[in-house]
Design a protein around this ligand. Structure first.
Ligand code: PSU
Ligand code: MN
Length: 303
């Protein structure tokens, strides 16, 4: 075990006897969801897991310490404080300075894997940004999954990213992508995108089978489970298309560029949809947490 990490008693106890554990990200709480809904969501994601007999491990860096499993005050801090958004490269700087940060998918996956956690639930994965051929803006979520043995459950990637390039990059990095019950890659608020997957699995047990085979082959990449939002909870496609087109047009008209583009678009998407996109976001995240809990349970039953 890595002494630079702090595991909560609950997480350490579960891991030591092979009980199911699911890692949860903190950037989705501190930067991805508005206050005060974000605090309620962080608490709810943990209770969904506890109710299913799974130990939640919400991950963040607090006062320089990478924490795997937060107490109630830690959960409150990631929701209420203005924390830095921390990717893998930021971890040593936060640790050396005693600073705090909310961990992205990349940093959460990295820390969870170091702690011995094999399953992780998030909302949407980061990916290759539109225009990346000029800006080189590609999330470290992808390069981290190339070298981090963890199974990440997400609802695909938002259509504000370049989905085709994101899937190509995952292929280059030899990261398996399996659809749960589908061969259509989901696009976060919608069950579909224009892109198909080579492989579908039908159940959490089949994901655990893939994880076991991955290990047996000596593979050390992550695995992406693409989990579409249930049909009755998905966003209305026409409103989705209309709102995204308006948000993109506004960004272009206002000359928004570079890393300001995504926060601008996401903020406008919530406003233009009068909060409907936010409800969908919460529903898909809950659904990912539930599925990750089932995968962790199936994984723990094998070992
Ligand atoms: N995608 C979402 N919501 C999010 C994120 C991604 O739909 O909140 C967050 C995740 O924490 C992800 C990060 O790891 O953004 C990616 O940011 P960047 O592109 O800067 O690597
Ligand atoms: Mn970036």
């Amino acid at each position: 075990m890595n002494s630079a990490l702090h595991l909560s008693d609950e997480v350490a106890a579960a891991l030591s006897v092979g009980r199911p554990v699911v890692a949860l990200e903190s950037t989705i709480i501190s930067h991805g969801l508005p206050r005060p809904r974000n605090h309620a969501a962080a608490i709810e994601f943990e209770s969904i897991l506890r109710d299913a007999g799974v130990t939640p491990a919400t991950i963040a860096v607090l006062d320089g310490v990478p924490r795997i499993g937060l107490d109630a005050d830690g959960v409150r801090r990631i929701a209420e404080e203005d924390l830095a958004k921390a990717s893998v490269r930021d971890l040593p700087i936060l640790a050396a300075r005693g600073a705090s940060g909310a961990t992205t998918v990349a940093a959460t996956a990295h820390l969870a894997a170091k702690a011995g956690i094999r399953v992780f639930a998030t909302g949407g994965l980061g990916g290759v940004h539109r225009g990346a051929s000029e800006t080189f803006d590609e999330s470290a979520d992808l390069s981290t999954l190339a070298v981090t043995p963890i199974t990440v459950v997400s609802a695909g990637v938002k259509s504000v990213l370049d989905i085709a390039a994101t899937l190509e990059r995952l292929e280059t990095y030899s990261v398996p992508v399996v659809g749960l019950g589908t061969t259509v890659f989901p696009s976060f608020w919608l069950r579909e995108s224009a892109y198909t997957l080579d492989w579908a699995v039908d159940s959490p047990e089949q994901v655990a089978d893939v994880m076991a085979a991955h290990d047996a082959l000596g593979h050390t990449q992550g695995i992406v489970v693409a989990n579409p939002i249930p049909a009755d909870q998905a966003w209305d496609r026409e409103e989705h298309d209309r709102v995204l087109a308006t948000a993109f047009a506004e960004a272009a008209a206002q000359g928004i560029r570079g890393k300001a583009v995504t926060p601008f678009l996401l903020g406008r998407i919530v406003e233009l949809s009068e909060g409907r996109s936010l409800e969908v976001n919460l529903d898909l995240a809950r659904n990912n947490v539930r599925v990750a809990g089932r995968i962790a349970t199936a994984w723990s039953a094998r070992s």
